[in-house]
Write a protein that binds this ligand. Structure first.
Ligand code: CP
Ligand code: NVA
Length: 309
């Protein structure tokens, strides 16, 4: 049966933990110069409706490092969903390639691709979810603190795609998670409800930043205006202004608090440069880990024998 990586909610805790362990192994092997041609002869098609630095480069590099190939399809190349139906794109790509990664505006588009493609589809970010990012972040936290279950992750900002994937991860892996956001920017109620229904630790949403960030082990943030929301930029700048991760917020946090950001960052908006470049920040480790978790996911989904549970 073909597997996809559309939402962390679709994976079991065991599968997520397997991907994290495999990613750690691949990271160590790369550092030690041990190469694996597990995906020799395989090709990944990469559909992007939105810009990307990290997602594109890490998927493409990851395929090369595992002996395979990747084809980048920029927004103008196939005019996803405009030139022809998404179903037809999924069926055609399945004739030639072994997997598809897609970054789309609408989450429905990625779901539609999985319905019509006979090869695995990976979500490279939609307006609803960003599972690969949060997998990389969980790998980063497991490197820094070992036991994810005892962690308390607080996200300060918009109840967006990255938050939804955090809710799914916290629910599956059993750690406590709070979103601190302005009223009106809460996560999608269905995603929150579904996550709470399987969670073993509290998943909270609060509006008060002092109350919400108390006792956090991790302070996470992301842009206030996600790709596709550009028309709301000015309004969001005003509404989110009190929700900045800065030195004053850190002064009230634990001495060893970890600061995370998926990047790209808007310096001086959701986070100051002082904090982003400061000693608590692990943003480069997160970015690096995108490569390792996605190599693990590719090897697992494409059926590499060495990557199965
Ligand atoms: N974090 C992330 O997904 O970065 P890109 O938008 O550059 O791919
Ligand atoms: N929430 C952001 C994440 C970028 C990686 C966006 O969707 O633009």
């Amino acid at each position: 049966m073909k597997r996809n990586l559309i939402s962390l909610a679709d994976l079991t805790a065991e599968e997520i933990e397997h991907l994290l362990a495999l990613a750690k192994r691949l990271k160590d092997d790369l550092a030690a110069g041990r190469e694996h041609a597990w995906l020799a002869g395989k090709t990944l098609a990469m559909i992007f409706e939105k810009p990307s630095l990290r997602t594109r480069v890490t998927f493409e590099t990851g395929m090369h490092q595992l002996g395979g190939d990747a084809i980048y399809l920029a927004p103008n190349d196939i005019q996803f969903g405009g030139r022809e139906a998404v179903a037809d794109i999924g069926k055609n790509l399945s004739l030639w390639v072994d997997a598809i990664v897609a970054r789309t505006f609408s989450h429905r588009s990625v779901v539609e691709l999985t319905e019509h493609a006979s090869v695995p589809v990976i979500n490279g970010l939609t307006d609803l979810l960003h599972p690969c990012q949060v997998l990389a972040d969980c790998l980063t936290l497991s490197e820094l603190r070992q036991d994810l279950k005892n962690l308390y992750v607080v996200f300060v900002g918009d109840g967006n795609n990255v938050v939804h994937s955090w809710l799914n991860a916290a629910a599956k892996l059993g750690f406590k998670f709070t979103l601190v956001c302005p009223a009106g920017y809460e996560p999608h109620p269905e995603v929150l409800e579904a996550a709470r229904s399987v969670a073993s630790a509290p998943l909270e949403v609060v509006n008060d930043i002092a109350e919400g960030t108390k006792d956090a082990d991790v302070l996470y943030t992301d842009v206030w205006t996600s790709m596709g929301q550009e028309a709301e930029t000015e309004r969001r700048r005003k509404v989110f202004a009190p929700y900045q991760i800065n030195e004053a917020l850190l002064a009230n946090a634990a001495d060893d608090v970890i600061v995370m950001h998926c990047l790209p960052a808007h310096r001086g908006e959701e986070i100051t440069s002082e904090v982003l470049d400061g000693p608590h920040s692990v943003v480069m480790q997160e970015a690096e880990n995108r490569l390792h978790v996605q190599k693990a996911a590719l090897a697992w989904l494409l059926g590499a024998e060495q990557a199965q549970i």
